[in-house]
Structures are given as C-alpha cells and as structure tokens.
Ligand binder design. Sequence first.
Ligand SMILES: Nc1ncnc2c1ncn2[C@@H]1O[C@H](COP(=O)(O)OP(=O)(O)OP(=O)(O)O)[C@@H](O)[C@H]1O
Length: 321
Amino acid sequence: MEDTALQAAEQLLGGLPPSPAVWCSGLRKRYGRRTAVDGVSFTVGRGEVVGLLGPNGAGKTSVIKMLLGLVRPDAGEVLLLGRPGRDPASRERVGYLPELFRYQPWLSAAEVLAVHVRLARASVPAEEQRQALALVGLADRAGDRVNGFSKGMQQRLGLAVALVARPELVVLDEPTSALDPLGRADVRDLVLSLKARGVAVLLNSHLIGEVERVCDRVVILDKGRVAASGSLAELLGQRELRLRLGAVNAAAEARLAATGSLHRSGDEFTVVLPAEDDGSTVPGLITDLVGLGVQVHAVEPGRISLEERLLGILRHEEEQR
Ligand SMILES: Nc1ncnc2c1ncn2[C@@H]1O[C@H](COP(=O)(O)OP(=O)(O)OP(=O)(O)O)[C@@H](O)[C@H]1O
C-alpha cells in the first residue's frame, strides 16, 4: 500500500516541471549599519543563462554568496536545484568561480581539480578532468604548480574547478576580470556550450556586451534592490534592423515588408525582426535583396544596447531618490 502511494507521488512529481536551478525570495543582508541587500528575489531556470548586473557595491557578490551559503542572510529563502540552499547536497551539483579566487599554490593544476572533485563527492575520470583543463586552455600546464601561474591562468583554473564536477548550475562571479580578449571570447563560448548542455548559469559581469551576447535574462541590482529584470527582449524591446539601401524596387520593398513591420524614410529602412528568429532572418533577407538588384550600403541592429538600457534604468533610479 505504502509502495503504491510512493509510486503515485513519484509519478506526480515526475510530471511536474523541474524546480528552477536558483530560486530566492526576499534576501536581505546588513553589514553593520550598511544595508547591502534589501529584499532581492529572482529565479534562474534550468538551462537558463541569467546575468546579474549593477554598479559597484550594488550587492551582486553578496547575493551570490547568500545563494551559495557562504554568507548567512538576515532574511529570505534560497532553493538551489529544488533543495534548501543550506543543504550541502544541493551545493555538490553547483560549480562556483568566486570573484576573488586563490588556489593552493603548492598543488598542481590537476591536483586542484582532483581536490574539488572529491569535495563535490563526484566521480570524474582522470581523462575528463584533463579535458576540463584543456577546455580552459591549461592542457599543457596540468602538472605545473599553481604557484607559478599568472592571475589569468589562475582564473582559468577557477573556471575548470567550477566545471569539472558536472554541475547542473554554474555561478560565475566576474569570470573574465583577469582574462585577455581571447580568454573572454573563450568564456563566452564556454557559457554557450554549458547552456547547450542544459546547465544553468548565473553570471555576474561588468562586461555588458558579454552579458548581452550570452544571457537569456538579466537581473539588474542597484543599492541592494532589483531595479529591473527580464529577458533581453523585454528589457530592450523588439529587435529591429536598420538598412541603407539603393535601387529598391517594388519586389524588394515587398520582400522587406514580408520580414516584419516596415518603415521607410528615403533610402533608410527599418524593419522589425520576428520574435522567433533562428539567426537566418537577416542573412536570408540580405541575400534576397542582393538577388533583386538592391544595393546594400549599410545593415545595423536597430534596438538600444543593454548598456544604454542599464544606464537609463540606473539614472532613473537615481532621480527617484
Ligand atoms: N564583508 C563585508 N563587510 C562589510 N561590508 C560589506 C562586506 N561585503 C560587502 N559589503 C558591503 O556591501 C555592499 C555590497 O557589496 P557587494 O560586494 O555585494 O557589491 P557588488 O555589487 O558585488 O560590487 P562590485 O561590482 O564592486 O564587485 C557594499 O556597500 C560593500 O561595502
């Protein structure tokens, strides 16, 4: 009888969507008389990449530390992968790159990874651990001591540490602060490959262009509160395309209008791109326009950048005070 009830409960739970990777509600933290975090709530869905943005001192790192149980909140609740944030079992499936990273200088890179695999109580074959180092560009430094690593190399090692134990959620606090431009591009690819594998990522970065490229949603913090949050489409509006075109004939204009709502002013055209775009809309449109004899002088994205939007939100917050 008990077994049947258990099976029924399991079936019921199995039918439910998986719990979010991160769920937090009403997080608050004071340090002395200073309120660092003042009622922060948000979620990160499974396989979702969420960017945490905000000026210096906004409370981003404090929020991350509360999520991971490294700082005790004064108030609020945290669920990681469906379990209470305090439960060590939930943290075993979370990879974390701290803002200030330091690894045991007397260990080799491979040994640092092995230690973290053991801490996560995971079973990761040596070959897979080597692959994690290769992924961050440290394949040929596996046997070298951390002592002799540059800051950027230590940050790369930190990324490998965050990824090695097959996490379901990865929290990256300023992952590119010490990296060269190539390293930054690698991190972008890495985040996208995590997303493709269904791993959720919470990314705190001041590099807004980076966030805009990889994140599905952003949460903007200001003075310890959520100033705005939403998908890029929600925050930035519809995606548009601005074109400067010559020799536009009726067929070309019809092709433009078939893509989305069209506005023309002389040789300047603005077309609203469809919400569901697999990336082929713009190349397809340009190929067709060229085929129709149109001279394409300029093509540029027409919506405001995340940076402009962020500055607008923060200035508005300032005026409200
Ligand atoms: N251990 C601490 N003791 C005292 N105050 C702290 C401590 N940690 C953070 N704070 C304060 O809390 C506020 C938020 O800091 P936090 O590091 O969370 O901001 P942040 O958004 O991550 O900033 P940054 O972008 O500069 O890294 C700041 O006013 C900071 O001085």
